[in-house]
Design a protein around this ligand. Structure first.
Ligand code: TXA
Ligand code: MG
Length: 317
């Protein structure tokens, strides 16, 4: 189910182990254009191509992946790692926004894999949300953003991780550059070579390595306010008591006298990642104006979550 929709040139949504993807066959240029229209995605922001096996790279690239890239594929595929690979051919450039490099990932989710195997060819798929909105971790989220226009929404358990894949690029000197952090973290990758955390400085360069990093992301309609501890929370929340508010936190701190429209306590960074986008979307459903989010714990996954939260909280762009 779903394969025939793609083969007929339609766009459909499918679950992956990270977030839902909005997919079209790379061989269907009209459907790829439709993804951009549906998402209201800037035309210069490239898409990740999803493959069933590394053998499919032969049809996408004019250059063979390096030994390091192959080792990373072997270690982390199928899974939540996207590799930016050199030598995108003419067909691949339909997804790469004409860039010479292509983002590729082989997903692990059962439904995504069955779909890829059934169509027998690569599927270009960004996250299944309107540009700038929180990603979708359930079929309901997809439907909220795309009430019309999709050939199908395949339903399945929401992602294991809740955050988009880690995006990396290997330099000519075999440094692993992390362009977008995710659940595959620097210490997982460091076994394979030196790491450069490009995402930490990526927002400030005039020509970001990953075009998507320059756009507003993950943002609900309410204002996201980050805080480190109870003292910061108290300072940040003073004077806003009349607003409809929500709280996402992991520490136990003294309950202030405030009636929350929504309150969720998570017990780990893994749970924080899994709940984040659903929480932000529920805030929108309830018309929440102020969304207080405690900064995640200082583990590596916590940093990846903080990257998303910082973008969600960014004002004025
Ligand atoms: O987990 C995921 O990666 C999900 C699922 C559906 O696979 N997909 C996803 O796609 O998050 P999207 O389009 O929301 O994010 C892809 C990111 C964007 O920031 C984009 O700019 C970057 O990857 N990207 C894609 N192609 C690139 C390229 N050729 N060079 C540099 N960055 C690229
Ligand atoms: Mg996205």
């Amino acid at each position: 189910m779903g394969a025939e929709k793609l083969l007929a040139g339609q766009v459909l949504a499918f679950p992956t182990e990270t977030v839902y993807g909005l997919g079209a066959l790379l061989s269907a240029p009209v459907a790829i254009k439709e993804i951009y229209l549906l998402k209201k995605r800037p035309a210069d922001n490239p898409l990740i191509v999803h493959i069933a096996s590394p053998a499919q790279l032969d049809d996408l690239l004019t250059v063979k992946p390096s030994a390091l890239e192959r080792a990373l594929m072997q270690a982390f595929w199928p899974g939540a790692l996207t590799l930016i690979l050199a030598g995108a051919n003419e067909i691949a450039q339909r997804a790469s926004a004409s860039l010479p490099k292509l983002a590729v990932r082989m997903p692990a989710h059962k439904i995504a894999r069955e779909l890829l195997e059934a169509v027998g060819q690569p599927i270009a798929a960004p996250s299944a949300n309107l540009s700038g909105r929180p990603s979708a971790t359930s079929a309901e989220h997809v439907l909220q953003d795309f009430p019309v226009g999709l050939g199908a929404i395949l339903t399945g358990s929401s992602g294991d991780f809740g955050l988009e894949s880690t995006v990396i690029e290997c330099s000519a000197e075999n440094t692993i550059r992390i362009l977008r952090p995710g659940s595959i973290v620097a210490s997982d990758l460091a076994v394979f070579g030196p790491i450069e955390e490009i995402w930490l400085s990526g927002g400030s360069t005039s020509r970001p390595l990953s075009p998507g990093t320059k756009y507003k992301h993950y943002a609900p309609r309410g204002r996201v306010i980050l805080f480190l501890d109870f003292a910061e929370f108290k300072a940040a929340s003073r004077g806003d008591r009349e607003c409809k508010s929500a709280l996402l936190h992991h520490s136990s701190f003294p309950e202030p006298e405030r009636s929350w429209s929504l309150q969720k306590k998570v017990s780990s960074s893994a749970e924080y990642a899994k709940e984040l986008y659903g929480f932000l979307r529920s805030c929108d459903d309830l018309g929440v104006e102020l969304i207080f989010c405690e900064k995640p714990q200082g583990d590596e996954l916590g940093f990846a979550i903080l990257e998303r939260l910082s973008k969600a909280a960014r004002l004025g762009d």
